[in-house]
Design a protein around this ligand. Structure first.
Ligand SMILES: Nc1ncnc2c1ncn2[C@@H]1O[C@H](COP(=O)(O)OP(=O)(O)OP(=O)(O)O)[C@@H](O)[C@H]1O
Ligand SMILES: Cc1cn([C@H]2C[C@H](O)[C@@H](COP(=O)(O)O)O2)c(=O)[nH]c1=O
Length: 215
């Protein structure tokens, strides 16, 4: 068994982490990055909305623009993010971890009533991650985490939003599975974030081993 599985690969792995508001995406991404760096990986942590021009615009407009227009803006940011930040880092051997990616695009704009089929059409040509992580959690647990931490955006203010979002993520996961994405569902209701990160890390080791066998 290779003791430093992440240290000697030409192209890095692309991992996305999505899930309902307050599930723990940012916290788990932080632990995962620390874990991979400790094992010799070059890691680039990124997020959506991206820090690029379209991401900044989307961020500025999220409270005032709704529905299809906002969905298009987030999808545009995603395609630009892939070309200008994600692919260049993958090419230089970084493992890229994105805090939110396609699954968020399939879920969040549904709160504004956008049809999931439209959201899929907008997003289906974006780069497929090597691993798409979907955090799952009991809606009651994440509603409590959200109220302790405080909501980050208008989608998290509505009572019952956690319950609705968990269901939207379930449907998005089905769509991604049907489209052939490598999806890992991690229930983070009662696990400490370090353990959720370790589950993701272990799946990446499996993927690296699989890639070695097939190359
Ligand atoms: N087991 C756990 N796993 C992850 N986060 C947890 C856990 N228990 C408590 N938390 C806390 O939940 C809160 C929400 O976490 P975080 O901000 O990482 O979520 P998020 O999914 O990135 O949220 P958002 O969608 O609003 O960006 C944080 O205060 C975090 O410390
Ligand atoms: C990727 C994506 C993001 N959003 C919105 C939702 C929030 O306003 C921010 C994300 O901030 P957080 O701290 O990670 O919760 O971006 C969106 O509406 N649609 C998307 O596809």
């Amino acid at each position: 068994m290779n003791p430093r599985p992440f240290s000697d690969h030409q192209r890095g792995l692309f991992v996305s982490v999505d899930g309902p508001g307050g599930a723990g995406k940012t916290t788990i991404v932080h632990h995962l990055a620390q874990m991979l760096v400790a094992e010799g990986a070059h890691v680039h942590v990124t997020a959506e909305p991206s820090s690029g021009p379209i991401g900044k615009l989307a961020c500025d407009l999220t409270e005032t623009v709704t529905g299809h227009a906002l969905a298009c803006l987030y999808a545009a940011d995603r395609y630009h993010h892939v070309e200008t930040e994600i692919k260049p880092h993958l090419k230089s051997g970084h493992t890229v971890i994105s805090d939110r990616y396609i699954a968020s695009g399939l879920v969040i704009q549904r709160f504004d009533g956008v049809d999931p089929a439209f959201l899929w059409q907008l997003n289906e040509e974006a780069e497929q991650p090597d691993l798409t992580v979907i955090l799952e959690a009991d809606p009651k647990v994440i509603a409590e985490r959200l109220s302790e931490r405080g909501p980050h955006n208008r989608f998290q203010y509505t009572p019952g939003s956690s319950q609705t979002e968990v269901e939207f993520y379930r449907q998005a996961t089905e769509t991604l599975n049907r489209a052939g994405f490598e999806v890992l569902q991690v229930d983070c209701s009662s696990r400490p974030p370090e353990q959720s990160a370790a589950i993701i890390r272990n799946q990446l080791v499996v993927l690296l081993a699989r890639n070695e066998v097939s190359s």
